[in-house]
Design a binder for this molecule. Structure first.
Ligand code: COS
Length: 382
């Protein structure tokens, strides 16, 4: 596709840097990390060395303040090579945005410069065994005891949670209050009573650890409460408004990789004496794949630019972009496997990994059913 005309020099430079790292350093390792379900230490180190962890963080806190579109551009490139690495990378802004949104100056000073340099990573812990789509029904309880809160409960599905230096974790100060009781805390893994639980064995993004967290009389100093008591749900939701577009960008990266692989294979694979690309059945599939990948990218770039222009409410566009891109990734990766035929179903070719990885983009950061619910509520003014 033609280069988007609206990118600034700076955004182009970030994208090109991420693309170069992704293609030269990450892509060759991705299948191995996936197979071994191993943490991509080397790619994460390179991304930190190249300054890519600081692009969403303001300059006064050690970042380069490049904005939402730059994050989406970088994430797409990383996901093209390895969606698991992109998930680990994005976990840091997901855990860190709440600090930007609701943190005190002291909290920003304590965490943001280290997140910007990649010295520590952040993670975001909202979901629980019984609270997924219905996030406001979470049960982990936080009881104030003098200058600390004592947290008890179990959190689930925390991406990169076992590699984070700080976790934005949501608990309730009063279960009877629903969303209005939810309160955010900046929890460090060294806090007494904090422990990492089961690591999930997943279908895809296998190089991205997804862990449970146990809080057993976990002591969190009052100065680590983020925002006021009861403000946590809105902090959680506003964060997702920022991170659903780059989550959609992960989907676009996977879909673009699947399309690129399918295009190359269709030109090379011969059946009935001709490359399969010469058959209209394959051509139509490729055309549909390309159209929807392009449309997904434009939806994401649009909402990211709204954020960069200071739009105050982007729920509608963020959910549309994430949902459309996730559904596209699943369809495009499935079609890529189809074009590869039997070979596509083996682990010798990357398209089976793309298909497994694509599935999570319809589930995490709010299922695509929840995105449709948000879209409908916004449309109907409910
Ligand atoms: N920005 C600011 N405020 C928001 C908001 C947003 N994006 N979304 C909701 N709120 C506010 C509402 O305005 C409401 O405030 P008031 O009580 O002052 O009116 C409050 O938060 C409660 O919102 P709502 O009534 O819409 O809550 P629901 O329980 O109906 O839940 C959904 C809304 C389903 C959209 C929410 O729970 C959700 O997004 N679930 C999916 C969770 C998710 O994405 N999990 C993945 C975690 S990351 S891996």
């Amino acid at each position: 596709m033609r280069d988007p005309y609206y990118l600034t020099e700076e955004q182009r430079a970030v994208r090109d840097l991420a693309r170069q790292i992704a293609r030269e350093k990450i892509a060759p390792l991705a299948a191995r990390y996936d197979e071994a379900e191993a943490y991509p230490e080397e790619p994460m180190r390179i991304l930190a060395e190249q300054g890519l962890f600081g692009i969403w963080i303001p300059e006064e806190h050690g970042g380069t303040a490049m904005g939402a579109l730059a994050v989406c551009l970088a994430v797409e490139e990383i996901a093209w090579a390895c969606a698991a690495t992109a998930t680990n990378y994005l976990a840091s802004p997901l855990g860190g945005y709440p600090i930007l949104l609701a943190g005190t100056e002291e909290q920003k000073k304590r965490y943001l410069p280290r997140l910007a340099s990649g010295e520590i990573l952040a993670a975001y812990s909202l979901s629980e065994p019984g609270a997924g789509s219905d996030a406001a029904s979470l049960q982990t309880v936080a009881a104030r005891k003098g200058d600390r809160y004592v947290l008890n409960g179990a959190k689930l599905w925390c991406s990169n949670g076992d590699h984070a230096g700080v976790i934005t974790l949501f608990a309730t100060v009063d279960r009877s209050k629903g969303a209005k009781g939810v309160t955010a805390f900046l929890v460090e893994p060294t806090f007494r009573g904090f422990s990492i639980g089961k690591k999930e064995k997943k279908m895809g993004i296998r190089a991205s650890p997804t862990v449970a967290i146990h809080l057993t009389d976990c002591e969190v100093p009052v100065e680590n409460r983020l925002g006021e008591e009861g403000e946590g749900f809105k902090i959680a939701m506003r964060t997702l408004d920022f991170t659903r577009p780059p989550t959609g960008a992960i989907a676009v990266g996977i879909a673009q990789a699947a399309l690129d692989a399918a295009l190359a294979y269709a030109k090379e694979r011969k059946q009935f004496g001709e490359p399969i690309a010469s058959f209209q059945g394959i051509q139509f599939m490729l055309a549909d794949m390309a159209m929807t990948v392009h449309a997904s990218r434009l939806l994401i770039h649009h909402v990211a630019q709204l954020v960069d222009r200071g739009a105050s409410r982007v729920m509608l566009e963020a959910s549309m972009a994430k949902c459309f891109a996730g559904d596209t990734a699943m369809r495009v990766a499935t079609d890529a496997v189809q074009i590869f035929g039997g070979y596509g179903y083996t682990r010798e070719y990357p398209v089976e990994r793309f298909m497994r990885d694509a599935k999570i983009t319809q589930i995490y950061e709010g299922t695509n059913q929840i995105q449709r619910l948000v879209i409908a509520r916004e449309l109907l003014g409910l």
